[in-house]
Design a protein around this ligand. Structure first.
Ligand code: KIV
Ligand code: ZN
Length: 506
């Protein structure tokens, strides 16, 4: 069976999703998890686009050694040089150069001729090739470009040294038949195509990204670009987990394999959801909360008698934890450690001790601590941004008659203790106003959601907020059995991200 190269672009195209910005440490956490998942290529960022992206690519290049690490560069000398600067310490570096190819983009956006585009594409691939052997080229908006012109560009860039040629359906316009024909046409009509891997990159504007990707693999493409949970620009990119599980479950049809360790899919999906703040819809294939739940009595009866009656995949194959055993306040370090291992976490001693202390605190408040509670707790405790302000204390008074009042105490990273109080229209408003009096960074709250992690009155509440400052959105998350405390933690988390981003930008 032929192997399909899985090129993950969660950290580049995925992060381009509105409101999905990640900080450098979060990107590194995701890259490490993608390595465990077994992706072949990680597109780690777009170094020329911001100092944060440059830093993230450099860090991932140094620390994540198994997969190919690939920065993106538009077809411009400075962008290519910056991409190389960021990735040069990788064990397996690649540079990905792209340039628009469709007449629509050339006429309305770039105001360049086809000849100029072809020449720049060739020159920039040649420039990247001076730095590294592994060079990818993408003619952007390929699915709306005349195929004969795509063939010419591809021939030129392969001659200039491109080893992978990627065919983006940039605006998610193609249908499976058309896109498959385009890939087949490329394989037949580009004379030197045997010297490059043909890759596909599909967006989901018409909900066809996975279908288009799979069709093109059937027609001979051997690299597929995708993201965890299908996140990405606008409606997103093709979802990694759906492509990989389609290939695995229907190997009789596709006759293909991947290097993906599917048992890491669920954990990777949860991590990306937690860090980006993009909740996975319950009916999402493979990783949604209902993907393996059977509600109808007839289906339940069938699954009890023989899972294959209504289940085409075993949930364990994608790493959904088999046991729903709960821990409680009598559970000790050993039981907690075992549960963490079953959930796929391996923590350093210091992180384990912190997590165990928080678990004990939670178990005192909550009778049963479930897997989802543990995931939430780990997300909260071990993946915090470096804190410029730490929330020490909040105290709130509210009710239907009085004026909601909040006092807060924060500590700065250099140990200064700051306290203030404020009135508000409700307890969360009062807390946020009190925090604003201390932190004092202008921002607008654009989203606020609270959800309970599990059922039950003692459940942990998870708060997700987004704030906007100078046109940039920052996400914050907080979890606690008290939703006012969770709201305060989420706000502090978002503010710390905002402040850290401003420090990097300076
Ligand atoms: O969608 C697209 O065209 C892209 C390119 C940069 C490959 O993301
Ligand atoms: Zn894209």
């Amino acid at each position: 069976m032929d192997k399909v190269i899985i090129f993950d672009t969660t950290l580049r195209d995925g992060e381009q999703a509105a409101g999905g910005a990640l900080n450098v440490h979060e990107k590194l956490d995701i890259a490490k998890q993608l390595e465990k998942l077994g992706v072949d290529v990680i597109e780690a960022g777009f170094p020329i686009s911001s100092p944060g992206d440059f830093e993230a690519v450099s860090l991932i290049a140094k620390e994540v050694r198994t997969p190919i690490i690939c920065p993106l560069a538009h077809a411009n000398a400075d962008a290519v040089d910056r991409a190389w600067e960021a990735v040069k310490e990788a064990e397996h570096p690649r540079i990905h150069v792209f340039l628009s190819a469709s007449d629509i983009h050339l006429f309305y956006q770039l105001k360049k001729s086809r000849e100029e585009i072809l020449e720049t594409s060739r020159d920039m691939v040649a420039r990247a090739k001076k730095y590294v052997d592994d060079v990818e080229f993408s003619p952007m908006d390929a699915s709306r470009t005349e195929p004969a012109y795509i063939y010419q560009i591809l021939e030129a860039v392969i001659d200039a040294g491109a080893t992978t040629v990627n065919i983006p359906d940039t605006v998610g316009y193609a249908t499976p038949g058309e896109y498959g024909d385009l890939i087949e046409g490329i394989l037949k009509n580009v004379p030197n195509i045997s010297r490059a891997i043909v890759s596909v990159h599909c967006h989901d504007d018409l909900g066809l990204a996975v279908a288009n990707s799979l069709e093109s693999l059937k027609r001979g493409a051997r690299q597929v670009e995708c993201t965890i949970n299908g996140i990405g620009e606008r409606a997103g990119n093709a979802s990694l987990e759906e492509i990989v599980m389609a290939i695995k479950t229907r190997k009789d049809f596709y006759n293909l394999t991947t290097n993906i360790n599917t048992a890491q899919i669920y954990k990777t999906s949860r991590l990306v959801s937690e860090l980006t703040g993009f909740t996975v819809q319950p009916n999402k294939a493979i990783v949604g909360a209902n993907a393996f739940r059977h509600e109808s009595g007839i289906h339940q009866d069938g699954v009890i008698k023989m899972p294959i009656t209504y289940e085409i995949m075993d949930p364990k194959t994608v790493g959904i934890p088999a046991s729903s055993l709960v821990l409680g306040k009598l559970s000790g370090r050993h039981a907690f450690n075992e549960r963490l291992a079953e959930l796929g976490y391996s923590l350093s001693e210091e992180d384990f001790n912190r997590a165990f202390a928080v678990f004990k605190e939670l178990a005192d408040k909550k009778k049963e601590v479930t897997d989802r509670d543990i995931e939430s707790l780990i997300a909260q405790e071990l993946r915090t941004v470096s804190e410029i302000y730490h929330l020490d204390l909040i105290q709130v008074s509210c009710g239907d008659k009085g004026i909601p009042t909040a006092s807060v105490k924060l500590t700065t990273s250099d140990g200064k203790v700051l306290a203030d109080a404020a009135l508000g229209t409700g307890p969360v408003d009062a807390v946020y106003k009190a925090i604003n009096r201390i932190v004092n960074v202008p921002n607008v709250l654009t989203e606020f959601t609270v959800k309970s992690v599990t059922e039950g009155i003692d459940a942990i509440g998870e708060v997700l907020i987004r704030i906007e400052s100078e046109g940039i959105t920052y996400t914050g998350r907080g979890a606690d059995t008290d939703i006012i405390v969770a709201s305060a933690k989420a706000y502090m988390n978002a503010l710390n991200r905002l402040l850290a981003a401003k420090q990097i930008a300076r």
